[in-house]
Design a protein. Structure first.
Length: 497
């Protein structure tokens, strides 16, 4: 399945694309100030739906159209009977264009205005961030930096208009400092940078409002990325036929577990079995066989001492998962080489990726999924982790172009780069910051590939099921103490709607 033939993915855009959509809408006959009023009205409704009992509000306005949205929202709040504190970071007489019209509207509505100062106190029950918007290009400095520091130090929740100030709309990186919002209401096109990188720590709930922009405005502006939606599960996991047997459900071989590192491979095996693979085999160091049989007797475990014994196994599998607990010593090198010499589709994780970066820098395949975290991605691309995190979408796409197949760049807002483009998974939680989570993901991916045969769609599904299983586990028992081995049972429930 490709992006073009499913309605279960949500389009995401870069800031420049949204500005073009804005321009087209205005050129099509909607006055720019009228569009600003629509945005402010949408932000007001978002505010009211989230904080219906609030009787006061503090609105911080910058100098551009984002600030203009704030001025109009302040007028709407005043007209609705709220006590409004309007704070501007640029004198009203220096504003121009629609922002100046918006400020005049608020003043005509009886909203007072004070210029920001370091000693100001926010009096509203909720703070509205209308400072910088999506046009930010350099690090936040000066009074805007100090204002954001004060917002983040305040006790009041924050509604960010279009994007939390200081966050990059295209990447999700923070330019020095950013507003930490409880809710972000964003307009016309949902932004890539609201869903990955540092963004999940700053956006809060994301409320997308299209502002009535007509569909024809979008027709020749392809989304930069797509966001997964859990409704895809219903489309993907139809009931099995009554005649299905284990041979129809695929055979996954997990290759990993160097001497002393057997647990990771076992986690991958168990996850593959719980995600419905018909048969699961394990190629691991001989000393791990007993533990394998005790932990998961359904797995066919093979003790392998090196490449010669490992080489025979991939030909019998539909998918090979290689990397969990692999190590980078001679044993791991030999096992990975056996997998690479096979024609079977691969999932490569952990030290499999580190060995690819070190010993097989030019190998690329169309039938594999690579699952790096930022450190592994940096090694594969020959750069620093900071470079990866500064622009995660670009890093994922670069790695996919270099290595082929599908690349899953793990982290908050995991990115899936494949032949169809870039997809973002908005699910998952900080409880996943524990050992073995990547091993479980690799096993899930292997199981789905073995059953479906579609590498890219399996990557979308596996990433989403993995993250949603962690969310369900956290909802029931909390984030702290969440173990990788907890996910398999929750994932099983998700794929059996």
């Amino acid at each position: 399945m490709s992006i073009s033939n499913t309605s279960m993915l949500r389009p995401l855009y870069k800031a420049a694309q949204v500005r073009e959509l804005d321009r087209r809408t205005i050129a099509g006959g909607i006055d720019g100030f009228a569009l600003m009023q629509r945005a402010a009205s949408s932000a007001w409704h978002s505010f009211r739906s989230r904080w219906p009992q609030a009787r006061s509000i503090s609105v911080l306005c910058g100098s551009g159209n984002n600030g203009g949205d704030g001025h109009v929202l302040a007028a709407l709040a005043m007209q609705s009977g709220l006590k409004v504190q309007r704070v501007t970071l640029k004198p009203l007489e220096e504003l121009n264009g629609d922002a100046a019209r918006a400020a005049e509207l608020a003043t005509s509505a009886g909203v007072g205005c004070e210029e920001w100062s370091a000693g100001i106190t926010f009096t509203g029950e909720v703070i509205v961030d209308a400072l910088l918007g999506t046009g930010l290009s350099g690090e936040v400095e000066g009074r805007f930096k100090r204002a954001i520091e004060m917002i983040n130090a305040a006790d009041q929740p924050v509604l960010a208009i279009d994007i939390p100030s200081g966050l990059v709309a295209d990447t999700g990186a923070v330019l020095g400092i950013a507003v930490k919002a409880a809710c972000t209401v964003t307009f016309i096109g949902d932004k890539v940078g609201l869903h990955t990188g540092d963004a999940p720590a700053y956006t809060g709930e994301i409320d997308f409002r299209p502002l009535g922009v007509k569909a024809q405005a979008y027709f020749d502006i392809p989304p930069t990325a797509w966001r997964l939606d859990d409704s895809l599960l219903t489309e993907a996991f139809a009931p099995r036929l009554r005649t299905h047997h284990k041979g129809d459900m695929g055979h996954v071989l997990v290759m990993g577990g160097a001497p002393g590192f057997g647990g990771a491979a076992l986690l991958a095996c168990q996850a593959a079995a719980r995600l419905g693979a018909g048969k699961v085999s394990l190629a691991t160091a001989p000393e791990h066989i007993t533990a394998s049989l005790v932990r998961c007797p359904e797995v066919m475990a093979h003790g392998v001492r090196g490449g010669a014994e490992a080489a025979e196994l991939p030909s019998n599998a539909d998918v090979v998962v290689v990397g969990p607990g692999l190590g980078q010593a001679a044993w791991g090198q030999a096992v990975l080489q056996s997998a690479l010499q096979s024609d079977a589709p691969l999932v490569v994780d952990a030290d499999g990726l580190n060995l690819l970066a070190r010993q097989w820098p030019d190998v690329r395949r169309d039938n594999w999924i690579l699952t790096p975290h930022p450190g592994e991605a940096a090694r594969l691309l020959g750069c620093e982790v900071a470079d990866i995190q500064a622009d995660r979408p670009a890093a994922a796409l670069a790695l996919q172009r270099a290595r082929g197949g599908v690349v899953i760049l793990k982290g908050a807002g995991s990115l899936i780069a494949g032949p169809s483009g870039l997809v973002i998974c908005p699910y998952g939680n900080p409880g996943m910051a524990s050992g073995g989570m990547g091993d479980v993901l690799s096993g899930m991916l292997g199981a789905l590939m073995a059953q479906r045969g579609d590498v890219e769609f399996s990557a979308w599904l596996g990433t989403m099921v993995h993250a949603l299983a962690a969310d369900r586990a956290a909802e029931e028992e909390g984030e702290r103490g969440l173990l990788a081995s907890d996910l398999a049972s929750y994932a099983r429930k998700l794929i059996n709607p």
